[in-house]
Design a protein around this ligand. Sequence first.
Ligand SMILES: [Mn+2]
Length: 353
Amino acid sequence: MNILVEKPDFRAGSIGKFLEFFSKIKKEDSLALISHIDLDGIVSTKITNEIFHTDLIKFVDYPVFNLNLLEDLKLQGVKNLVITDLYVKDEELINKLNEFENVLIIDHHQFIRDFNSSKISFINAQDYCAAYLCFYLISSIKEIEHYDWLVACASISDFLFIKNEIWLKEIFEKYGDKFSIKEGLIDQNGKFWELQWYLSLAIIYSKESNLKDVYYSIGKDFGNMGDLTKSAKVVEDYIEESLIKFEEEKINLRNGFFWEFIPEFKVGSFISNMISTKYTDKTILIARPSDKHYIFSARRQDGKENMDLLLKSLTKNFKDADGGGHIKAAGGHVSIKDKEEFKKLLGIEIDKL
Ligand SMILES: [Mn+2]
C-alpha cells in the first residue's frame, strides 16, 4: 500500500525545476552532495543519493559551508552539486555556485531571495524538514518507500511535524507506533522518538570525518542503525551530566538564560532543544568556543521572540560572522576573537528583550 506523500507548498522552485536538473546530469560528470551535520542532513543525503549514487559526500556546518569548500570541489573537477538542508547566506556564495555546471539546492530555511538561474535549481518550502522535501521530489522518479521511517525521524528531530502530520500519522501506524502531540511536542515514549534520539546521538558522537560511517551504518529496513547504538549511549550519559551542569551554571537574563560551556561532544544545539523544551517561555542561548569561531544556538519554543531575527541582528556588525534560521530555533557564529565583544552585545540585546 502506498502512503500518499503530500505536496509541500514551495516558496521557490518547483518539482519541474528538480526534474530539469535531473535531466541535465550526465553519469560521467562528477557530482558532490553537500549537507548539514544533523539527522535531517544525513537523511536528506541518503534519499537524494538514491538517484545520484555518489561517494563524494560532505557533511558540514555553516562555518565550513563557504567559498573555500566550493573552490576545493571545483579544483577536484566537480561539475555538479546537490546541496540539502543548508541555506545559502549571501550573494558571494550564490555567485560561486553559478560557476558550477548544475546545482540543485533543496532546503527549508528562510532565504534571502529566489536565486534560481539557468545553472541553479533552488527549491525551498518551509515548515517541513529538508528530508521530507527530498522524499517528495525523489519519489517522483524512484520508489524510495523503504526510507519513509528515516524521513519521519528527521521530521521529529527537526521539530517539523505539523505540516506533514497526516503523512506522519500513517508512517507511525505502518511501523506500529502511535503519533501523538502534546503541547506542541511529540510524545517521547514511542519507537520513533527513540530511533531519532539514538540516531541523532550517534551523529553527535562522530567527528566530522567519521560522519560517513554513520551515513553508511543506516540501513534500509526499519530501525536498522548497525551498531550505532553503542556510541549513542555514551553521548546519552554525557547529556544527562551536562543538563545538571546547565542548572548550576546558567546566567539569568530578563527573558531567558545564557550558558557557555565547552562540550566534549557537539551537543550544544541538541542540549538547547532539550532545555527549551523544559523552559518553553524562555529564550535559551547556548554558546561554545571552537578553534576559529564562537558558535551559538538560540531557542524559544513559544515563538514570542524571533530567533532568526535575534541572531541576524546580533551578528550583523561582525566580520566573519553569520546567524539565522527559524523563528523558534536558530544558530550562528562570530569569529573567536570577537567572543567578548559578542557577549557584551548579547548582554545589551538581552536587556532590551
Ligand atoms: Mn533541517
